[in-house]
Design a protein around this ligand. Structure first.
Ligand SMILES: Cc1ncc(COP(=O)(O)O)c(C=O)c1O
Length: 396
């Protein structure tokens, strides 16, 4: 079968490049520790930053909603799948992020796909940060508009591109917290720039929502950028919120446009009631338990202080995503294995997820990590076995 042979060849190539991916089978809930193949591992790789994915309040809400409203939503939002619970969730999100309205999507990926497709036509301009998440890049690729990518965080390049364009509608699309680097977009400057050019700014704050800002509303709140006018915010509910799904928030007129025209909103089944109920419980905790964020940030601070002293290859990130760049795929895999030998799970991130030569271990922190958990991680990262992997030539 030539078709299958061809696929096998791509497998072979991927393995040779040390880029082969495998799925780990969890035998536990998402938590501070994970059970995999009988081994209990400290979890330093999930996006469950606030430790809500296995929280009793979310579980209780999901169970109660299932008892009352059943398991499936049964239809898309515009047919008869839009439950009162979806409506309540949207109201709570809008209140938290300070927007006129929010609309819930089934995933962050789908929310992102909706944005350029809904608002831009063939002759408009779409600008995207080079390190944007795959879903934002795919959103550009499937929209009728020609996407231009600007160098990472480069506000001057955005300014030039906006100034040089006579497109009727212009949009700047960026991650808030960058998913693989953990650094943040200069949203204040981008918002000012977009306002000057009458462009729309869309910030996908999948990794900032719940984690940043005085009451967890995310990067825009932290930077005093209001989710109104030409600013839209995308947030996900499957990361810090410990549930599933996503939202877009902003002025009602834009949100109504999404309801009317966004294909990934219209042509899909609404989220199950249990998921909406769990998300509502999560938003309440995000708002009321600021100590989760405080704990997370104190862990991040301690990690960065000690990692700096130990001269670890940190990136300029102040968020819960703390990658250590190791260069080659082989090195990243070796560190992944070394951590696992020491009962820690943190995953090697390799191309094409990141650029060639920047393979890394993406460490993530969670509010329920203890000081001893951090000691355990740091002990491995300052061990001779780890140091040898930082100097590949000597290690060969
Ligand atoms: C920046 C960013 N945006 C969007 C998504 C997609 O969100 P979801 O998992 O809800 O599809 C992710 C990761 O999953 C992400 O890291």
């Amino acid at each position: 079968m030539p078709w299958q042979d061809e696929i096998e060849r791509t497998f072979h190539q991927r393995k040779q490049q040390n880029r082969w991916r495998t799925r780990k089978r969890l035998q536990s809930a998402q938590g501070r520790t994970l059970n995999i193949d009988g081994q209990s591992l400290l979890n330093f790789c999930s996006n469950d930053y606030l430790a809500l994915a296995d929280h009793p309040a979310l579980k209780r809400a999901a169970i109660a909603a299932t008892e009352t409203f059943g398991t499936g939503s049964g239809a898309s939002h515009l047919v008869c799948g839009h439950q009162e619970l979806h409506h309540q969730l949207e109201r709570k999100i809008a209140a938290l992020v300070g927007a006129e309205q929010a609309v819930v999507f089934s995933t962050g990926y789908m929310a992102n796909l909706a944005v350029p497709q809904t608002f831009l036509g063939r002759n408009d301009l779409l600008l995207e940060d080079k390190l944007n998440h795959a879903s934002l890049l795919d959103a550009g690729a499937i929209s009728p508009v020609k996407m231009k990518r600007y160098p990472h965080l480069d506000v001057d390049a955005v300014d030039q591109a906006l100034t040089g364009s006579n497109a009727k509608r212009k949009m700047v699309l960026t991650d808030g917290v960058f998913s693989m680097d953990g650094d943040v977009a200069p949203v204040r400057r981008l918002a000012d720039l977009c306002e000057r050019h009458d462009a729309m700014l869309v910030v996908d704050d999948a990794h900032g929502f719940g984690v940043l800002g005085a009451n967890g509303a995310g990067l825009l709140q932290r930077e005093n950028v209001s989710v109104s006018g030409n600013v839209l915010m995308v947030g996900t509910l499957g990361k810090a919120a410990g549930s599933f799904g996503a939202f877009i928030a902003g002025d009602a007129v834009y949100l109504q446009a999404l309801i009317q025209f966004a294909r990934t909103y219209i042509y899909t089944t609404a989220l199950p009631p249990a998921v909406a109920a769990a998300s509502i419980a999560a938003i309440d905790l995000i708002k009321s338990e600021a100590e989760r964020r405080e704990r997370l940030h104190s862990l991040i601070k301690r990690f960065r202080n000690e990692a700096t002293d130990a001269k670890l290859p940190l990136m300029p990130s102040q968020t819960a995503i703390q990658p250590l760049v190791l260069g080659s795929e082989k090195n990243a895999l070796a560190v992944d294995a070394l951590l696992r030998e020491n009962n820690i799970l943190a995953i090697a991130i390799r191309p094409p997820t990141v650029t060639a030569g920047s393979a890394r271990i993406r460490l993530t922190f969670r509010a329920d990590h203890t000081d001893e958990d951090l000691d355990q991680l740091l002990a491995v990262l300052i061990s001779d076995s780890f140091r040898r992997l930082l100097q590949p030539e000597e290690a060969e």
